[in-house]
Design a protein around this ligand. Structure first.
Ligand SMILES: Nc1ncnc2c1ncn2[C@@H]1O[C@H](COP(=O)(O)OP(=O)(O)O)[C@@H](O)[C@H]1O
Ligand SMILES: [Mg+2]
Length: 237
């Protein structure tokens, strides 16, 4: 990236550790002393094998779970000190998720699925149709599919719906957990192309959690995670 001005820090993790506690109080340490900064407009991959702590880290970054130790700031706000309601507000306005299994509602059309985050966001005052249409176009889903149900679409098309739904509220951060995991390699590449396009054209900050090493080719930075410890390398882009 050729950004001469000082980039703005969107995510700042300082000495983050996370343990789970089993019945009987047995501690399962999962993340160890993680320090990570992500800047606005960044596109990074968190790369590591299954069980290394990727989803746990993503859930903390996304405000779905809280760390056992350490500090987390998002856009300058102390996430570790937020109440449940404040976390919910952060998730509904600033952070979106794309999961491996798309989590689309089967009884609703594509268009209705994409509108849902705006309906959940009680403070939304924009034009629903404008936001939904814009998101579907950004996710490159052809208009012919907009009024179909998810089960009438291919895996790749469903993933585009999931991307449109993640974008509709115009979040600062898009988090994708194994976005290519359930797709054949060609469809997976198309999805990564859409994410790259969003990052380049609209400056959306993107964090992809994956065990797929080919994604290191398309991101700016790679954060390697193993047994809950990270070290960082440059991406190839
Ligand atoms: N709720 C939980 N309770 C206990 N252990 C958990 C919980 N969630 C995850 N773990 C453990 O933490 C480790 C990392 O899991 P996860 O973050 O899902 O890894 P990844 O996404 O890299 O596959 C695993 O050993 C897993 O069993
Ligand atoms: Mg995982």
């Amino acid at each position: 990236m050729t950004n001469i001005a000082t980039p703005t820090k969107l995510i700042e993790l300082k000495d983050i550790s996370k343990s789970f506690y089993l019945a009987g109080g047995l501690e399962v340490p999962v993340l160890h002393h993680i320090n990570l900064d992500v800047f606005e407009g960044d596109m990074i991959a968190i790369l590591g094998p299954s069980g290394s702590g990727k989803s746990t880290l993503m859930n903390i970054i996304g405000g779905l779970d809280i760390a056992t130790h350490g500090e987390y700031h998002f856009a300058g706000q102390a996430v570790d000190k937020m109440s449940g309601n404040e976390l919910a507000e952060l998730r509904s306005t600033d952070i979106s998720f794309i999961f491996q299994s798309f989590h689309l509602l089967p009884g609703k059309t594509v268009y209705q699925n994409v509108m849902l985050p705006l309906i959940y966001q009680r403070s939304f005052t924009g034009d629903y149709d404008e936001y939904v249409t814009h998101a579907l176009k950004r996710a490159s889903l052809e208009e012919a599919h907009w009024h179909k149900k998810p089960n009438q679409l291919s895996g790749g098309q469903r993933q585009r719906v999931a991307i449109a739904r993640a974008l509709v509220a115009r979040p600062k951060l898009l988090l994708a957990d194994e976005p290519t995991g359930n797709l054949d390699s060609k469809t997976g590449e198309n999805i990564i192309d859409s994410l790259t396009y969003l990052n380049e054209k609209y400056g959306t900050t993107i964090v992809i959690v994956t065990h797929d090493e080919s994604l290191t080719e398309v991101v700016h930075r790679v954060v390697n995670i193993k047994d809950g410890l990270i070290n960082e390398t440059a991406g190839k882009k």
